[in-house]
Design a protein around this ligand. Structure first.
Ligand code: LLP
Length: 418
């Protein structure tokens, strides 16, 4: 579900014609729908209303201040993975008691910052990390909540780059080791072992891997409870898939129907950390055709966006739909490779697509680009990062300016010995 649609053959985001936005901002530009972000959060909140879950938006998917503020205003908390994300979360006035901190490599400095801010939970990924958090907490004389991120060894049936719950993954702690860490908790007197965390991967379209993982987690929690644990929070991670092409992912309601029975009669506070589900379909990347290049075997539409702006197709072979901003009446369709100007053969944003005949100056949108789009962009080939825009109803605003040439070299200097 999203709020991009055609009206009189023109692409709209909510009530704004997309071509009117890029007339002001230029291309390329990321454009996000406020309404879609909020509705997706509400879908999860409603589907799980009976257990009042804490929905922590995984801000790694899209950490623009306006986006996370929209999530916070909709009642979400935030799942953070760095001191940089914590800094952003503070700018958005996120209630610290709605922040969970994940990641395999938290530094002592990051841990201290998060303790100062008073976050709800650290999702811990190893024994050494537990010790590090305990040491920092002891120094600050604060007791902190920790959640052991367990690795249930479940295959999430998704792209191997984004599967995290299998046994050979760097994420999480295997169940035996987790038990051992819990058994030795007395040495870690500044830690409150009150939660278990599991996240098995991303873009998971079916319920079964979740059910399998959560059943394992519940069995594990009962074992811990026999050892004296008081588990209050179950953080069930993110991973809900969205439609990029012809997937048929479970809805929030279908997901809840599968999951809720597992937790019936149990008093855990459930936490979810969806990222893609909230922002994936809430964003597009609008770009303009610079040239059409025809060879004996291919039609290339060379656009002004590139792999540095949206790396998912190059990195994962990901599919993003290509929608023209203006649908031409009776235009014939041709097969295009939509490519960027970067000097890499992998700079392909869409391959072998049937699209209405394009010419230089035509504008197209790369769809479902709201998650892991801008946040994974770079300055490769010295390309300034592009602007981001948010639409709400009839209004729109630039929420991140396009970088300038000057900003490309900000912070650089030529030392005297050069
Ligand atoms: N929680 C944890 C601990 C995570 O590692 C992630 C994502 C999430 C939650 C949110 O997952 P989501 O609901 O968005 O699936 N760059 C890749 C995706 C990487 C996901 C990393 N972790 C992509 O573009 O597909």
């Amino acid at each position: 579900m999203h709020d991009f649609h055609y009206l009189n053959h023109e692409l709209y985001c909510e009530d704004v014609k997309v071509s009117d936005i890029v007339k002001k901002t230029g291309t390329p530009a990321y454009i996000y729908s406020y309404k879609t972000i909020v509705e997706h959060i509400q879908k999860i909140q409603k589907a799980f209303a009976s257990v009042k879950p804490l929905v922590c938006f995984a801000m790694k998917a899209n950490s623009n201040l306006a986006v996370i503020k929209a999530a916070v205003k909709a009642g979400a908390g935030l799942d953070i993975v760095s001191v940089g994300e914590l800094f952003r979360a503070k700018q958005a006035d996120c209630d610290p008691q709605k922040i969970v901190f994940a990641g395999v490599g938290k530094t002592a400095e990051e841990i201290a910052e998060a303790i100062h801010y008073g976050i709800l939970l650290f999702n811990v990924e190893s024994g050494p990390e537990l010790e590090s958090i305990n040491a920092v907490a002891a120094k600050l004389k604060k007791k902190v909540n920790v959640s052991l991120r367990v690795n249930p060894g479940v295959d999430p049936h998704t792209h191997h780059h984004i599967a995290t719950g299998k046994a050979e993954s760097k994420f999480g702690i295997d169940l035996e080791t987790a038990k051992e860490l819990f058994r030795n908790r007395k040495k870690l007197s500044f830690l409150n072992f009150c939660a278990i965390h599991v996240h098995i991967g991303s873009q998971i379209t079916i319920g079964e891997p979740f059910v399998e993982a959560f059943q394992k987690v519940l069995a594990f929690v009962s074992e811990l409870e026999k050892m004296g644990a008081r588990i209050k929070y179950l953080n069930l991670g993110g991973g809900l898939g969205v439609i990029y092409d012809n997937e048929n992912p479970q809805t929030a309601d279908q997901f809840a129907k599968k999951i809720l029975p597992l937790f019936k009669g149990k008093k855990f506070q459930l936490i979810f950390e969806p990222g893609r589900f909230i922002v994936g379909n809430a964003g597009i990347l609008v770009t303009e055709v610079i040239y059409i290049k025809k060879t004996n075997v291919k039609n290339f539409a060379i656009i002004d966006a590139a792999m540095n702006d949206l790396i998912r197709p190059s990195l994962y072979g990901a599919f993003h739909g290509v929608w023209p901003l203006s649908e031409k009446d009776k235009a014939r369709k041709l097969v295009y490779d939509v490519v960027g100007p970067i000097c890499e053969s992998g700079d392909v944003l869409a391959k072998d697509r049937h699209i209405q005949e394009l010419g230089a100056g035509d504008q197209v949108a790369l769809m479902t680009a709201g998650a892991y789009g801008f946040v994974m962009s770079s300055n490769y080939n010295s390309r300034p990062r592009i602007c981001e825009v948010m639409v709400k109803g009839k209004k729109f605003a630039v929420i991140r300016k396009r970088e300038t040439l000057q900003s490309l070299i900000a912070g650089e200097s030529i030392p005297s010995f050069v």
